[in-house]
Design a protein around this ligand. Structure first.
Ligand code: PLP
Length: 434
């Protein structure tokens, strides 16, 4: 059986979730660019709507191209099922809304991607969901912040942009003791870190980044680890009848769901049936196809991204125009120990540094780069540079910038997969003009 030969992460990234199309023999996953699907007969239609049979109804809720992507990302993340979204931000938002209602509380690291920080700091409180921010370097702060109405703990594997590595072991122990799920945004570390293997319950990706890999499409994914007991009495939305789905009790229906082989898919099924149906932030089939293309080379690309980051850090550390380098691979880095433990033998694809001469020198450096692109993204095959204080994090107050780890002289690099000698030469000339 194919499954017997799909043990390695690279093989899963190429094959999981797909076999050649039975109708046409197409080897590549076809793009099912359709909104809806013809029912065989009235009984088939009723069975699909009544969840007696799983199948395609309407592309807002499921699509055969997107289905392959969901299965493949779930496979590389050691999860039981995935749910694709229109963007990483939509995936983060729905991952929270699937658990919390007005009056609830969550605990999150403060060192977050700026968009997620804004969501947590401004938008969720408007919906009645309170957020406590804690320092990722102080795992016990999670325990101290938990309240009776806390519903989840949230972190990023590689904090964007401070590059702190999430202390999985410590926080998983706290989450288990408190019987709360741990949600991890693994956007910056696909394949090199598997949060579910470390005990996380839900994994989120902006597939826009390394999974897509070429800066072509916006998308997101939520993966269910199938390893959390939503029936523990803290989550009424899982254990009380859902009036929007003819009284369905999600935990009863999906904690050991037969069509998935009798496993716990309650979180992802509820998310699909309620939130994708109601909020409609689905991925387009075309984008799902592009993400599948990206996934097929992810294991090769991520190695080169990380290797180029390592060599860049070495180069910058010895350069006299550079004030400091933040790269988890450096032995004296605040994240070195955790990165060595959690990043699968790499130290990640990102690094930050400060140029002597501060803000002005940083601006001249960025403007003189030729090979690097100056833009707000990570995870492209092309090398990217940005000055977060004046761009991605500029909507934050100076205090918030410091909380999220952004300083005025900070330049962030997301190394691409070009030949390192060209990367080095471009940085050298731009530094010399800074
Ligand atoms: N999570 C992280 C860690 C990110 O870096 C980003 C985007 O930069 C997002 C989520 C949001 O993803 P998207 O831009 O696909 O909405």
């Amino acid at each position: 059986m194919l499954q017997d030969y799909m043990k390695g992460p690279g093989t899963k990234a190429v094959h999981a979730g797909q076999s050649p199309d039975p109708t046409t023999g197409a080897r590549s996953t076809p793009i099912y660019q359709t909104t809806s699907y013809v029912f065989r007969d009235t009984e088939h239609a009723a069975n699909l709507f009544g969840l007696k049979e799983l199948g395609n109804i309407y592309t807002r809720i499921m699509n055969p191209t997107t289905d392959v992507l969901e299965k493949r990302v779930a496979a590389i993340e050691s999860g039981v099922a995935g749910l694709a979204h229109a963007s990483g931000s939509a995936a983060v938002t729905n991952s929270i809304l699937n658990i919390c209602r007005s009056g609830d509380h969550i605990v999150s690291v403060s060192q977050l991607y700026g968009g997620t920080y804004n969501l947590f700091h401004y938008t969720l409180p408007k919906l009645g969901i309170d957020v406590s921010f804690v320092d990722a370097d102080d795992p016990e702060a999670f325990r101290r912040a938990i309240r009776p109405n806390t519903k989840l703990l949230f972190g990023e594997t590689i904090g964007n942009p401070r590059l702190n590595i999430f202390p999985f072991e410590e926080v998983v122990a706290i989450a288990r003791e408190a019987e709360l799920p741990l949600l991890i945004d693994n956007t910056a570390a696909p394949l090199i870190c598997k949060p579910i293997d470390w005990g996380a319950n839900i994994v989120i990706h902006s597939t826009t980044k390394y999974i897509g890999g070429h800066g072509t499409s916006i998308g997101g994914m939520v993966v269910d680890g199938g390893n959390f007991n939503w029936g523990n009495g803290k989550f009424p939305d899982f254990t009380e009848p859902d009036p929007s789905y003819h009284g369905l009790v999600h935990w009863d229906a999906f904690q050991a769901f037969e069509p998935f082989g009798g496993i716990n898919v309650a979180y992802i099924m509820k998310m699909r049936l309620q939130l994708l149906r109601d909020m409609g932030a689905c991925m387009s089939p075309m984008n799902a196809f592009l993400f599948l293309q990206g996934l097929e080379t992810l294991h090769l690309r991520i190695e080169r991204h990380c290797e180029n980051a390592r060599r860049t850090a070495e180069f910058l550390t010895s350069h006299d125009k550079v004030a400091w380098v933040n790269y988890p691979g450096l032995k004296d880095n605040h994240s070195h120990k955790a990165a060595a433990k959690y990043l699968g033998g790499t130290f990640g694809p990102l690094l930050g540094f400060g140029i002597k001469g501060g803000h002005e020198a940083g601006r001249r450096f960025i403007e003189n780069l030729q090979l690097f692109s100056h833009l707000a993204n990570i995870g492209d095959a092309k090398s990217l540079a940005i000055h977060p204080a004046s761009t991605t994090h500029s909507q934050l107050t100076p205090d918030e910038q410091i909380t999220t780890g952004v300083t005025d002289d900070f330049v962030r690099l997301a190394l691409g997969i070009e030949d390192f000698e060209d990367i080095r030469a471009d940085m050298e000339q731009a530094l010399n003009q800074a």
